[in-house]
Design a protein around this ligand. Structure first.
Ligand code: 2AM
Ligand code: CA
Length: 273
């Protein structure tokens, strides 16, 4: 497949940051056994990776605005273009030496995501998409799964993070999902979950309390792989509501329906408690 020049820039940045993270993962594994733990080291690894991505991207496109999880917004003179970058998605996995994390980079033009990639350096899987050109995993075209039966479906989700979110609602949703789908998975990297929906590994996925950099590249990957993505009410407010549901047409529709029902049950129970 032929990538555009800008996607090649993104790939180079992701590979460089990925090499740095992979090296650092080795150190994290050593630090697991120390009493102090790898916490501070991981924060530094995360910042290092963002700096590498920023340096590579701004070398090629110095005027673009840059939004990164670590450094926030860095203004640029070209307001029509913005990078949205998560240098280390799946930080908790990384911190525990679990090789399931990613560098995720998206490019937005006039508010529309036009290119996105998610790269897992641990197994060298690179998911890329450009608007109108399809989605690819290591140069092979990918498509969302064709499955239509819910009881054949494997569905990914997030759970409220420590001390945050609505645990009661999450429990209702999980019960409903567990009663409908073949199985649930919680992998801990939103960017990779969306990439895996695009690749047909997961039939659907939902999560709340996310940030733009967790979802931007994955949203394009899913849509370019023929999938559907929306906020949890089925609307377009993914970034405004900080939540996403994705899957093929059937799985996406059924997931939204199931989440709506679970939400009703949670509020009935809350009112009678
Ligand atoms: P992160 O690893 O870059 O923090 C896991 O459920 C997903 O939620 C990951 O993509 C993770 O991104 C994201 N996330 C957002 N806020 C988080 C938080 N406060 N704690 C842990 N993960 C968070
Ligand atoms: Ca993230």
């Amino acid at each position: 497949m032929l990538h555009s020049a800008v996607l090649n820039v993104m790939i180079k940045a992701a590979h460089r940051a990925g090499r740095s993270l992979k090296r650092d993962l080795g150190e994290v594994e050593q630090l697991q056994v120390s009493l102090k733990g790898p916490g501070n080291f991981v924060t530094a690894a995360d910042r290092r990776a963002e700096e590498i991505v920023r340096e590579e991207l701004s070398k090629a496109r110095p005027a673009y605005v840059f939004l990164g999880e670590e450094g926030g917004v860095r203004e640029g003179s070209d307001k029509t273009h913005r990078w949205i970058v998560d240098p280390l998605d799946g930080t908790t996995n990384f911190l525990h030496g679990i090789p399931h994390f990613a560098v995720s980079i998206a490019l937005e033009r006039n508010g529309v995501i036009v290119a996105g990639l998610t790269y897992n350096p641990a197994n060298d899987e690179l998911f890329v998409a450009e608007r109108g050109k399809g989605a690819f995993l290591n140069n092979q075209r990918i498509r969302v799964a064709a499955r239509r039966r819910l009881d054949d479906a494997i569905v990914g989700c997030g759970l409220p993070h420590y001390g945050r979110g609505d645990l009661r609602l999450a429990c209702h949703e999980i019960i409903a999902a567990q009663q409908s789908f073949a199985g649930l998975r919680r992998y801990g990297s939103a960017a990779l979950d969306l990439a895996w929906v695009a690749a047909g590994r997961l039939d659907a996925y939902w999560e709340r309390d996310l940030s733009p950099w967790d979802m931007a590249a994955g949203l394009l990957l899913v849509r370019e792989a023929g999938g559907f993505a929306s906020d949890l009410g089925g609307g377009e407010a993914i970034f405004a509501k900080c939540e996403i549901a994705a899957g093929n047409e059937t799985m996406h529709r059924e997931l939204i329906r199931l989440l709506r029902e679970a939400g009703k049950q949670a509020s009935v129970q809350a009112a009678t408690a």
